[in-house]
Structures are given as structure tokens and as C-alpha cells.
Design a protein around this ligand. Structure first.
Ligand code: PHE
Ligand code: NA
Length: 519
């Protein structure tokens, strides 16, 4: 085959596009919730260990596999993986990755559309003089599709389709479109993030409201940043930490391989991969944890945050909290915060479109327009159930299967392919070729043994998660000849569908929680 003609316009473009891919809704919405739900300071240590032992290795694996594939003019995981392993099965593993992208993009762009809508409502002052329960109610009505707060029927559907169309239009411009989106979105995102984080950190005593006189922003930060070592023995926390690391670094789906396939043969990947990873972590642990948690804790108290931590929290509370800063400031805060979410979201959802487009190009020679529109059509078909049936917890099912389980499975398989089929010696050469930094030699060992082993452990624990995550109780029960009681969230139960009903029930309750509680 001929060498690929398409390539990133500049090194800056590549870095911003890769950073845009990684930095997403995961950093600002998913991380704080995961941290809070898993014990705050108890979450941080497993999280950082997962970053070093699985995150960085997988980044190196994906960047080098991608650039390797690009040498043979391959731009999608089915072709890249096929070129690394002899057996045909690797091509199908690659195809599996493509469909993960489509399932994730389906619900991811939905949150993106909420962000855009909330930018508009912040500008038009919709939230002015609303009470906390009214703001929460606004969200509940919005996602209940047909009952809408603004009088526009199916507002949520309309904006969902609009955001999807925007993604398609940018994607049909190819790498140049992605670079441009990243060049506009990323600097603004960082700027907005810093402004809001400074505000969150300096909220201090001024955050007190008459409603919650004990509320204090620092309680939230202390809770997050006081390490607790007892959690190291809790598999549930490890699972959540690993899941968050995969999601936030965008590994386990093939988007990084696809971006890396357009890097020139002799160009550095080691330094780029590691810096993109650290940049994402900076945005996540510094900016991501300095906004929602301290601001919500500052006004509503840490107890409230612990009880209500959930995905919609940022939409159900932030517009109200911003109002407390004064009407004028609230407009800016709303635009900064939801604008930040929108930019974070779109630079990531664009990345999720490229594996499909690359595959259609590799397989059928399809051009960008055809690739982008067919991707959009698939995303719409996959996405409509999440939008129309939000109340029934379909959304959470997607996040669980596509956004968590599939990433771990794919990452496990690609780690095996890289170290054991392609071969770690060849792999290590690929990683270091053209490299501008020296990756410590221990990483060769880590990539070969530790990463696949940890991935296997994570996968197995997900498979057999015991009832209510009571690991120690179930282990001693088994040792005493008793039973292992599976949790509804365990993979086995989910696969056999026993847990489905209860899960949907929980999800329905969750989405109404804030509203009910503030009523
Ligand atoms: N990393 C993105 C985030 O943090 C999500 C993502 C996952 C993007 C996988 C692309 C691929 O939100
Ligand atoms: Na991220």
C-alpha cells in the first residue's frame, strides 16, 4: 500500500486534538462523582496507581500501535490489529472497539446537548430567581422529553439531533476540522476551568447560605484529598478507579490508535503520549475536583453532596448555586461552566467518530462525507433510545456496558495482543522509535506482565462482584462452605439479565432524587 497522504497539520494540532480527545465530560462530571461515591480520599490512591500501572502503559500501547498501523496506511483498529496479529480474530476485536465508540457517542452527545442548552438558558436568564427545587425540576422535565419546561415540545430531541449534526459537519472536514475544534475549544476550556476552580477554591466562608449554615467548600476538598489507606483492600474501589482511568484517558476504544495512525513515521510518540496523559490528569484532579464538589459543598454542605452525588448533579444544582453570586455573575458562570462542558464534550465525541470513518475508509475506500454521515446515522439509531427512554434508565445501561465493561475487555485484549502476540520486544522498539524522552525500562516489564494481569483482575472482579460489594463477608462465607451471593451489578448477573429490573428501578429513583429531596 501507499503511505497515507493525510496527516496532522502540525505538532500543536496533534497535541491539542489528542488532549481534546482525552479531556472530556469524564474529567468534570464523572470523576467527582466516582471519587465521592467511593470514599473521597479512599479513591485517590487506587486511582493514581491505576493511572501509572494501566493508564500510562495503555497509552503507550495505543499510540505506538496506531503509528505502526499508519505505516501500512491503516486507520482503524480492525486493520491495525489485523496487522499486528496473525489470527483473523484480532480484526473482529477491532470491530468490537468500533461499536463501543458508537454506543458511547450515543449517550455522550446527549450530555453534550444538555450543556449547549444550559449555555443558552444561562444567557437568557431562565434560571433567574428559581429555587433549588425549581432548577432540579427543570432538569427532570427536560429529560422527560415530552413534558418540557420551556414550552418547546421535544426540546431535548431537537438539541440532541442538532449537536449530532454539528459533530457530523466537523467530522466531514477531516483532521483539519478536528484540529480547528480543538484549537478553539481547548484553550477556552482551560481558561473557563481555571476561573471556576479559583472561584470554587476561594468560596470559603462566603459560600455560606442561610439554608445550610454549616456548609463549607473546604469540607468537600478535605474529603477528596485526605488519603485513606484502608480502601486499598476493597475491590469495589479498585474497579471504580480502573474504570475511571480508562474512560478519562480514552483508552480501550480505538480512538487513540486512530488519531495516532496519522502521525508521521519517525515522529515522537512516547513524549506526546505521556504528556497527553498527564495533561488529562491535571485537568481531572486539579480542575475537575475544584469545581462541582467545593461549590456544591460550599452551599449545600458535604452531607448533601454525598447523598446526591450523581451524573445529573451538575445540571440540577449549578445554575441555582451560580444565582447566589448575583444575577450578572450568574450569566458568566453559567456560560463558562456549561460552555466548558460543551467544549470538553465535543472534542471527545469527534474522536469517537473517527474509528468508524477510518474503518469505512480502510474497508470500502469511503471518503470523509460518506464516513461522517453514516457514522451520524448509526449514532442516531443507537442514541434515540437513550433520549426517548431516559426515565427508564436506558442511559445508565449504555454507560455501564459501553462506557465501562467494553473498555476493560478491549484493553485486556489489546494488551495481550501487543505484548504476547505482536511481541513486547517489537512493541518496545515501536514505542521508543523517534522518541524524545526515555521511558524507564521498568515499563517494558510493566507492559508485559503487570498491565495484562491487573486488567484480568479487574475483569474477573467485575464478573463476580458480590452482593452489595461485601467482598470480605463473601470470601469468608465461601471459606466456611457458604455461598457467594452475586450483586445485581455483577457482570454475570447482568449478562443473564437477572439484575436488569432492579437496576432500572434504581436508575428511575436516582434521577428523581434531587427533585424529591428538595421538595
Ligand atoms: N476521555 C473522554 C472523557 O474523559 C471520554 C472518551 C472515552 C473519549 C473514550 C474518547 C474515547 O470524557
Ligand atoms: Na478525560
Amino acid at each position: 500500500k501507499l503511505a497515507s497522504k493525510e496527516a496532522w497539520g502540525s505538532r500543536l494540532g496533534l497535541i491539542l486534538a489528542m488532549a481534546g480527545n482525552a479531556v472530556g465530560l469524564g474529567n468534570f462530571l464523572r470523576f467527582p462523582v466516582q471519587a465521592v461515591q467511593n470514599g473521597g480520599g479512599a479513591f485517590i490512591i487506587p486511582y493514581l496507581i491505576c493511572f501509572l500501572l494501566m493508564g500510562i502503559p495503555l497509552l503507550l500501547i495505543e499510540w505506538s500501535s496506531g503509528r505502526f498501523g499508519g505505516k501500512f496506511n491503516n486507520h482503524s483498529t480492525p486493520y491495525i490489529m489485523d496487522g499486528m496479529g496473525k489470527a483473523k480474530v484480532w480484526k473482529y476485536v477491532g470491530v468490537f472497539g468500533i461499536f463501543t465508540n458508537i454506543a458511547v457517542v450515543a449517550y455522550y452527545t446527549y450530555i453534550e446537548s444538555w450543556s449547549l442548552v444550559y449555555v443558552l438558558h444561562s444567557i437568557f436568564g431562565t434560571f433567574e430567581s428559581m429555587s433549588q427545587s425549581e432548577v432540579a425540576m427543570f432538569f427532570t422535565e427536560y429529560v422527560n422529553v415530552c413534558t418540557t419546561s420551556t414550552g418547546i415540545p421535544f426540546e431535548a430531541v431537537f438539541f440532541y439531533v442538532l449537536v449530532l449534526a454539528l459533530n457530523i459537519i466537523i467530522l466531514s472536514k477531516g483532521l483539519g476540522g478536528i484540529e480547528k475544534a480543538a484549537k478553539i475549544g481547548m484553550p477556552l476550556l482551560i481558561l473557563f476551568g481555571i476561573i471556576l476552580a479559583v472561584r470554587g477554591l476561594t468560596l470559603g466562608e462566603s459560600g455560606k447560605s442561610e439554608l445550610f449554615p454549616d456548609a463549607n467548600a473546604w469540607d468537600g476538598l478535605n474529603f477528596l484529598w485526605t488519603p485513606q489507606f484502608d480502601s486499598l483492600a476493597n475491590p469495589k474501589v479498585w474497579l471504580a478507579a480502573a474504570g475511571q482511568i480508562f474512560f478519562t484517558l480514552s483508552v480501550g476504544m480505538g480512538t487513540i490508535q486512530c488519531y495516532a495512525a496519522y502521525i508521521k513515521e519517525k515522529e515522537d510518540i512516547a513524549l506526546n503520549a505521556v504528556s497527553a496523559g498527564f495533561l488529562n490528569e491535571f485537568v481531572e484532579v486539579v480542575l475537575g475536583s475544584s469545581i462541582v464538589i467545593p461549590i456544591a459543598a460550599g452551599y449545600l454542605g458535604l452531607d448533601w453532596v454525598l447523598e446526591n452525588a450523581g451524573f445529573g448533579m451538575a445540571f440540577q444544582t449549578m445554575p441555582f448555586l451560580f444565582q447566589q453570586w448575583g444575577e450578572f455573575t450568574a450569566v458568566f458562570a453559567g456560560v463558562f461552566w456549561f460552555g466548558l462542558l460543551f467544549f470538553a464534550g465535543i472534542t471527545s465525541s469527534l474522536a469517537m467518530g473517527t474509528p468508524w470513518m477510518g474503518f469505512m475508509k480502510d474497508e470500502f475506500g469511503w471518503g470523509k462525507t460518506k464516513g461522517a454521515w453514516s457514522f451520524g446515522a448509526l449514532a442516531l439509531i443507537m442514541g434515540l433510545p437513550t433520549v426517548l427512554l431516559y426515565q427508564y434508565g436506558v442511559f445508565d445501561e449504555y454507560d455501564y456496558w459501553a462506557g465501562t465493561v467494553s473498555l476493560v475487555v478491549f484493553a485486556l485484549l489489546e494488551a495481550i495482543l501487543f505484548s504476547w502476540v505482536f511481541g513486547i520486544d517489537k512493541g518496545w522498539t515501536e514505542i521508543n522509535e523517534g522518541s524524545e524522552i526515555k521511558i524507564p525500562q521498568v515499563y517494558k516489564f510493566i507492559i508485559k506482565y503487570i498491565t495484562p494481569l491487573l486488567l484480568l483482575l479487574v475483569f474477573l472482579s467485575a464478573l463476580i462482584t458480590p452482593f452489595q460489594n461485601e467482598w470480605s463477608e463473601n470470601i469468608s462465607s465461601i471459606l466456611n462452605g457458604g455461598n457467594w451471593v452475586l450483586d445485581n451489578s455483577s457482570l454475570i448477573k447482568n449478562i443473564t439479565n437477572y439484575g436488569l429490573k432492579e437496576q432500572i428501578q434504581i436508575a428511575v429513583n436516582d434521577s428523581d432524587k434531587v427533585y424529591l429531596e428538595s421538595k
